[in-house]
Design a protein around this ligand. Structure first.
Ligand code: GRG
Length: 287
């Protein structure tokens, strides 16, 4: 992994974590589970938001709060996804899930609080004239036409009589994980009022590569590093990119998507190098 990327990611994680610690009071009842939920991940979506903002000259404070907002939405989705009524997971990032460390009611409320805090952060004058558009796009990416829809499609697939086709699984994953990645990577042009097409194209390929890599990790990954029992999908006969394509073709598809993502960055020239390294990291990660 290129050293400059590793350094930049680490710095972004520190900045996002410091801002989260500053705005979530640890003494409050919900503060501790909220911080537990939002800290300790790779913060890839936040990093994408910061890079996208940098490429479009967005003010640093606005960039950081956009990064924090998307990490809050992501963390909320994981807390709810881990609940017994959904995936019923005991571990997340190698630590007890919120409903295990506290209880189910706390986990539901922690997710709710993280989600609403994200929108609160974005409803600020520092985002300028395009704040409303940024908020609308996040509501769509996270809600019934985005991530929540993807989660519903996933739940429906569990009771379907036939496994999903490649087209169906691609659509499901585009909603479930792709939409937040697209929002993150287009934050810069949306806030600046610039053309977001190149970054949208980058993020669409990246999101799919991310999910294929996730399916590969389920099969080949080290459960300790993945931070939870390897997901049931890999063993429960549920369709995944690996089960539909085969392991080697899935790896090739992920590599092709990374090339596609990198090509989309052509308009940014050398300034797009960190995002290219991010795309390579997404398929090389071990957790
Ligand atoms: C409950 C509304 C609702 C939505 C849940 C995103 C999601 C929808 C569920 C997550 C389930 C899951 C593990 C999907 C695989 C892809 C994914 C989002 C992995 C976790 O993202 P990373 O690898 O995690 O970026 P870290 O821990 O680094 O933040």
């Amino acid at each position: 992994m290129a050293a400059s990327f590793t350094v930049a990611l680490k710095q972004a994680q520190q900045e996002i974590s410091a801002r989260l610690s500053a705005i979530i009071p640890v003494q409050s009842t919900l503060g501790q589970p909220m911080l537990h939920a939002v800290m300790g991940g790779k913060m890839l979506r936040g990093f994408l938001a910061l890079e996208s903002a940098r490429l479009h000259g967005v003010d640093a404070e606005a960039a950081l709060d956009a990064a924090v907002a998307i990490e809050c939405i992501h963390a909320y989705s994981l807390v709810h996804d881990d609940l017994p009524c959904m995936d019923d997971d005991d571990l997340r990032r190698g630590l007890p899930t919120v409903h295990k460390k506290w209880d189910e009611a706390t986990a539901v409320l922690t997710g709710d609080a993280l989600q609403t805090m994200a929108f609160d952060l974005l409803a600020d004058a520092k985002f300028g004239p395009n704040a409303l558009e940024l908020i609308r796009l996040l509501a769509r990416a996270a809600g019934r036409s985005g991530m929540v829809q993807g989660q519903m499609l996933d739940i429906d697939a569990e009771t379907a009589t036939t496994p999903l086709t490649l087209e169906q699984i691609t659509r499901l994953q585009d909603r479930k994980t792709g939409c937040l990645i697209n929002w993150s990577a287009t934050v810069g042009p949306v806030i600046a009022g610039d053309d977001s097409r190149a970054l949208w194209q980058y993020a669409t390929a990246l999101g799919l590569a991310f999910q294929i890599a996730d399916d590969i990790l389920d099969v080949e990954g080290d459960a300790e590093k993945v931070g939870k029992a390897l997901r049931k999908d890999a063993t429960a006969g549920k369709a995944t990119f690996v089960s539909l394509l085969g392991l080697e073709p899935a790896k090739q598809r992920a590599r092709d998507l990374v090339d596609e993502a990198c090509s989309a960055l052509a308009p940014y020239g050398a300034a797009g190098e960190t995002l290219k390294q991010t795309a390579r990291f997404v398929i090389a990660r071990d957790s």
